[in-house]
Design a protein around this ligand. Structure first.
Ligand SMILES: [Zn+2]
Length: 272
């Protein structure tokens, strides 16, 4: 019996925890845990791989795209036959500055993009090369990707505005500025960079693990409660029928005999 007793020299609160742990140990030794407890324990374990799978599946959802204009360049020509020229303008003058080209063609927004994936918060991001989006003067409501030759050809045929060579001109003017070296090299390479945020991914797995487990545990509780209710109803029905002198299964009238061993109709054991 000394094993269940906490040593007297331990301070009060620790002794209490010690006693409490002992009691849990004792109770769990005598109570192996019903099927529902067992099921809940398994649910906790199995929720982890499911949570992990869900985290990586949800990685594809909930995309957030961040765009940030890092430079503004204007394309124009000195005359109808002159080559396309690019001129970098300050960001704050976007759409407002006075055009200095004899033939204004388009204002080009250089945007850094970052696409985040994951729900409820991003677990990874992809960073495509910065986009060069032209807003043609002839068609102010259109957005033309300067790297998209088909779109440039289409714009030329519909408005007569020729942006061919615009992308190279934009890169050249940004290079002279020296402020956008990283942007220019990313645009020249054209590679998409992928980043995973491991702490976020792990947190995501943890949250989804708990969510899946909570749902599973609730479902197990529901089944348990339903079973308990069904058993209770069945027991009550048996008692009611027996108290009326009827067989609990087939309702055969058993009142002819005082303590029948079995139901003569269906063979159910009654008092045997
Ligand atoms: Zn019967």
């Amino acid at each position: 019996m000394t094993s269940t007793r906490s040593p007297a020299w331990l301070p009060g609160p620790i002794r209490r925890i010690h006693r409490w742990l002992r009691r849990i140990e004792r109770e769990s030794a005598t109570r192996p845990g019903g099927p529902y407890t067992r099921a809940t324990e398994w649910a906790l374990i199995l929720s982890l791989p499911i949570g992990g799978l869900l985290a990586f599946t949800l990685d594809e959802l909930g995309t957030v795209e961040n765009r940030e204009v890092v430079a503004v360049v204007r394309l124009g020509r000195a005359s109808r036959t002159a080559p396309i020229e690019a001129r970098s303008i300050p960001l704050e003058e976007q759409g407002r500055a006075v055009w200095r080209d004899a033939i204004p063609l388009a204002e080009v927004l250089i945007e850094r993009r970052r696409i985040e994936y994951g729900w409820p918060f991003p677990g990874r991001a992809s960073v495509p090369p910065p986009a060069a989006t032209a807003l043609p003067v002839q068609a102010p409501d259109r957005r033309v990707d300067l790297t998209d030759d088909a779109a440039i050809a289409e714009l030329r045929s519909t408005t007569g505005s020729d942006l061919t060579g615009g992308f190279e001109a934009v890169l050249a003017v940004l290079e002279t500025g020296r402020r956008h070296e990283a942007v220019v090299s990313a645009m020249r390479e054209g590679a998409v960079e992928h980043r995973r945020f491991w702490p976020s991914t792990i947190a995501l797995v943890g949250i989804l693990w708990l969510l899946v487990f909570a749902v599973a545990a609730a479902a197990i509780r529901l089944v348990q409660a339903t079973n308990w209710m069904a058993r209770r109803l069945r027991r009550r029905r048996i008692i009611t029928r027996l108290s009326h002198g009827l067989c609990p299964d087939c309702r055969y009238d058993l009142r002819a005999e005082r303590f029948p061993k079995r139901c003569p109709e269906c063979g159910r054991r009654i008092w045997g």
